[in-house]
Design a protein around this ligand. Sequence first.
Ligand code: F6R
Length: 255
Amino acid sequence: MEVVMKPDEQSMSLMAAATIADVIRRKPRAVLGFATGSTPLGTYGELIRMHREEGLDFSQIVSFNLDEYVGLAPSHPQSYRRFMEDNFFNHINLRPENTNLPDGMADDIEAACRAYEAKIASFGGIDIQLLGIGANGHIAFNEPSSSLGSRTRVKTLSDKTRKDNSRFFANAAEVPRYAVTMGIGTIMEAREVVLIAGGASKADAVAAAVEGPITAMCPATALQLHPHALVIVDREAATGLRYSYPSERLKVTKD
Ligand code: F6R
């Protein structure tokens, strides 16, 4: 794991956006993995700026999101499809038909999960996957105790996650109980992963994910086994870390 400590959430977001933009520039037909939640908003904002001001081109990009609530139609204001459209997709030139989210409304959800995995594979896999982290250590909706080899499937959301996400809903009872989520095994197959975490509420989860033992009780610890995982944290999210980490990525030059 490469851990980078940034002074604040904004510089964390800029670095995540720059990392994704590098992949897009190197590979215009890249397959990108996106996350929802509050943490990536700054990253999406910067990618939108790069698109508008620097011509960052998403026209050939294909995207796959990590997760979607079960039972929310794509048009539901709290669906993750709507979140991505409102906060990102509608502001860049990513073709709607090239965006993919798990189907939380499918009659046969298991078949839809298998189809999602097959579709990712048919595009050659995900080049770079953006991740947030839950205060309980979850990545996507892989809650504690999720199999570290899991694939896309339905998961029951923990009480903690439903409470954390109730801020987006009128009340806690409206938060769906289930979500379709990429598995940890699915995420681990992305060629590169970038996990971003900001704020004091993530400090314990970040410490466990980066410096704790690998355990299904903190699903993000699986990333310790990923050959190309970048973890970008702001100062507050870094407060539980025992070691200090650089503020920039390691650059090896020959001279
Ligand atoms: C969202 C997702 C979740 C979030 C996590 C952190 O697609 O997969 O794992 O990344 O719950 O959410 P925020 O960023 O709102 O703190």
